[in-house]
Design a binder for this molecule. Structure first.
Ligand SMILES: N[C@@H](CCC(=O)N[C@@H](CS)C(=O)NCC(=O)O)C(=O)O
Length: 251
């Protein structure tokens, strides 16, 4: 059995993190059953150190920065950190299951993820970070607030206050999606929904995971999310709909 470590929230079903949603969807694409262990932010480092997970980055002071998702696979005894490394691990370890990387190639998907996040997500980080903070449970919220305020050198409330500053951030996010959408749709006659046309791959899981993050932290009825739904001919709602069988919330 695979154990997925994830971060809970006040959102229905707990799930919100784009990186752990990628792993949730990847596990389901491969039809691999898993169970979730929920960790509030302050417990991530100590717990992961305890199970021998690798840190994925470093804090400014050089100390290890532990992040989720992490999976622990009781069949192989392996502990894997980082959503991309987990996708590769699942692909290699469970090669007989449906592939996350059609044609056996990973590089196009790795480049795709980097391009997608840089173009569409990075411009909106101030909005997404503040909205994430408001959705976390109190102990996580306090940790997230302290660490992110230190990084941005601003109060969370100052990251994307309503008004012209926030409108400009949204305009940049929309500009990013307008640039990205025609490239994503450049297979066939432009109507095919996935990176590989009609075939779901890890690339589509990445896009859907970030969209679900935005939808969850804003809330499905939020006017800003409703705007996203209308962008690029409704392509993003359709994508989420096409991946709806990959249930991101535990049964
Ligand atoms: N490159 C990592 C990034 C993971 C990441 O940033 N995870 C966030 C949640 S979305 C986290 O666990 N942060 C813990 C912290 O900031 O202390 C991956 O793709 O898994």
């Amino acid at each position: 059995m695979i154990t997925l470590y994830d971060i809970p929230s006040k959102a229905p079903g707990n799930v919100w993190s784009p990186n752990t949603i990628k792993t949730r969807m990847a596990l389901q694409h491969k039809s691999l059953p898993f169970k979730t262990v929920w960790l509030e932010y302050p417990d991530i480092g100590p717990t992961l150190k305890g199970i021998g997970a690798e840190a994925t980055s470093k804090w400014e002071d050089g100390s290890p920065w532990y992040t989720l998702p992490v999976i622990q696979d009781s069949t192989t005894g392996k502990v894997v950190a980082d959503s991309w490394k987990i996708a590769l691990y699942l692909e290699d370890t469970y090669a007989d299951k449906p592939t996350l990387f059609p044609f056996g190639v990973r590089a196009p998907v790795e480049f795709f993820e980097a391009y997608f996040t840089e173009t569409t997500i990075r411009p909106g980080m101030r909005i997404f970070m503040s909205e994430t903070c408001y959705r976390l449970n109190p102990t996580s919220e306090a940790f997230f607030r302290r660490t992110r305020e230190a990084i941005y050198k601003l109060k969370i409330e100052e990251l994307a206050p309503p008004g012209p500053e926030r409108d400009a951030i949204w305009a940049a996010v929309k500009g990013g999606f307008d640039k990205f959408a025609p490239k994503y749709a450049s297979n066939g006659d432009g109507s095919l929904p996935f990176f590989y046309g009609e075939t779901i791959s890890y690339a589509d899981i990445v896009v859907a995971s970030y969209l679900l993050w935005v939808k969850i932290v804003l809330g499905p009825e939020n006017p800003e999310w409703k705007e996203v739904e209308s962008w690029n001919g409704g392509r993003w709602v359709k994508l989420i709909e096409l991946l709806k069988d990959y249930k991101i919330v535990d049964a």
